[in-house]
Write a protein that binds this ligand. Structure first.
Ligand code: ATP
Length: 509
């Protein structure tokens, strides 16, 4: 997908009531967005699919809904007060601020594209006998670029771990990275910025400083024993939560990709120490399958193993999607060891242990986390689903090919004309179907125009009521993707809807 197509996605989101800039009448608030009706429905459906897959489908995963505000000590214990920083660098000419690690990652992405092009060219040159692996291992250009990328990984990892920010600046200079706006290499030093927002409790509570949670995970950790005891959970078990998180992202770009206020869907899976790698692999595999189940082209997804591990992790992988601006993280799977529970034990002075009857031992469980951004997943679905099609006769249509189970509207009921009782008949169908599905009724404009509007918001089925319907108790069904039409009895509509738009098939896998 090109930059141009991405602009179309953003425009489409606004025009069809998916996403609006926050406080637009006041010229907007940077990196903050509001969801319109269709966006709210789509977001709700993605959230529901995640929740059902994680909670409803597993005997050993339960949910919670923790508050956004937490005791300030939480963030001391979790390491966020001292360590939740991004390394930032400014370009003195454009006055633009960048995340230093992102500048380097974008440089690496360019190298990767160069290598892929080299391979593509060679594949054409050598034809059927081409051995890609061999080529990648022997071609001097590809090798040089692979080494360069590995070198960047190494230096970045070492300097992030040791806190050597000056070395990161040297690396940016060495690679001659320029500011995309000014084109100059006139950089400031690299500095750390804390990403948490703070606010005050009232004077009555002692004026203590509170933070807006930067991740939902900590609400799960501090409730570990409450949930384990009240639910009589046995290890291995998981706790899932969806909710808002807040980060003071300095560099706001790429629409809803990086927001200051966003929604996470996280699950912490508590396991016996020593088994965490097995579960890490399990969730790595299970989570990619979940993404692919929605019908997204597998070639647009990839794993990205972390080289620079967070302070709490002993293994981490991202699930990345090929956005118009390159492969970017949509979900992270992290093996967080016993770091968080141990820290909370220390800072709260309360034991956070589990007695495991199978090994007759009490221990702090290890944790494997799956953490996905709901808004990013929404963006993946919009980018993957929006198609501009040219039809026979040269006419074009915008069609949003969302999986029917997550489409905002499941069916539109359209009387061919308003008069002669057709509208009343259609309304009766609407009233029957609305009890089970979000459906839409529309009687204005020519039928072709109404179909186009439903295509644009991803409605999988249009149900048209015409004069024959009055006699035969049947309707025309028109399918969004194929535009195929068929005639079916009104009495058969509930079954058809259940078959076509239900989440059941997705959940059965
Ligand atoms: P990035 O490196 O892109 O900033 P991260 O590694 O900080 O992401 P995590 O802390 O692992 O992200 O958060 C888990 C998920 O939450 C991410 O995979 C992403 O989908 C989502 N997420 C994180 N930050 C944002 C944000 N500012 N806006 C929207 N979604 C976000």
């Amino acid at each position: 997908m090109s930059e141009e197509q991405f602009k179309n996605v953003i425009a489409h989101c606004k025009e069809y009531g998916f996403v609006f800039q926050s406080s637009e009448i006041y010229d907007g608030l940077s990196a903050v967005y509001d969801y319109g009706h269709n966006g709210t429905e789509l977001k709700k459906n993605i959230r529901e699919y995640w929740w059902k897959s994680m909670v409803q489908m597993h005997q050993n995963i339960v949910g919670i809904d923790a508050a956004i505000f937490m005791h300030p000590k939480t963030w001391k214990a979790s390491g966020h007060i001292d360590g939740f920083n991004d390394p930032m660098i400014d370009n003195k000419d454009s006055k633009k601020r960048y995340r230093a690690d992102v500048l380097l990652e974008e440089y690496q992405e360019k190298i990767r594209i160069k290598m892929d092009k080299e391979v593509e060219k060679a594949a054409i040159r050598f034809g059927a006998g081409f051995n890609e692996n061999m080529f990648r291992q022997t071609n001097p250009n590809v090798l040089r670029n692979a080494e360069k990328s590995a070198y960047i990984d190494k230096v970045l990892k070492e300097s992030m771990e040791s806190g050597d920010l000056a070395r990161i600046k040297v690396l940016i200079e060495e690679l001659e990275i320029v500011c995309p706006v000014s084109g100059s290499r006139n950089w400031t030093e690299v500095r750390q910025f804390n990403l948490m927002y703070s606010t005050q409790m009232s004077a009555l509570d002692g004026e203590s400083e509170l933070y807006l949670r930067p991740e939902t995970a900590q609400g799960i950790f501090v409730n570990f024993l409450n949930v384990q005891k009240s639910g009589r959970m046995k290890i291995p078990f998981g706790i899932a939560q969806t909710g808002k998180a807040f980060r003071n992202e300095i560099v706001a770009r790429q629409f809803i990709m990086r927001m200051k206020e966003f929604e996470q869907m996280e699950m912490q899976f508590f396991v016996r120490p020593g088994t965490e790698m097995e579960w890490f692999r399990y969730w790595k595999d299970a989570r990619l399958k979940w993404h692919l189940s929605l019908g997204t082209d597998p070639k647009n997804y990839r794993y990205h193993d972390h080289v620079k591990l967070a302070h709490y992790a002993n293994a981490a992988v991202d699930i990345e999607y090929d956005f118009p601006f390159g492969f970017k993280e949509v979900e992270g799977i992290h093996s967080r060891t016993d770091f968080d529970l141990k820290q909370h034990e220390e800072f709260s002075g309360k034991k956070l242990r589990y007695f495991d009857p199978e090994v007759n031992e009490s221990y702090i469980p290890y944790v494997v986390e799956t953490s996905i951004g709901l808004d990013r997943m929404f963006l993946v679905q919009m980018c993957a689903a929006l198609h501009e099609e040219t039809l026979e006769g040269g006419e074009t249509r915008s069609v949003l090919k969302l999986h029917p189970a997550i489409a905002p509207v499941k069916a539109a009921i359209l009387p061919l004309v308003k008069k002669d009782g057709l509208a009343e008949k259609a309304e009766k169908i609407f009233d029957d179907l609305k009890l089970d599905h979000p459906v839409y009724f529309e009687e204005k404009d020519a039928i072709g125009k109404r179909y186009r509007r439903q295509d644009a918001i991803g409605t999988p089925i249009c149900i048209t009521v015409d004069y024959d319907s009055m006699e035969n108790e049947d309707v025309t069904i028109r399918y969004r993707d194929s535009m195929r039409q068929e005639r079916i009895k009104i009495a058969a509509l509930p079954d058809l809807m259940n078959k076509e738009v239900s989440m059941k098939d997705l959940l059965m896998g």
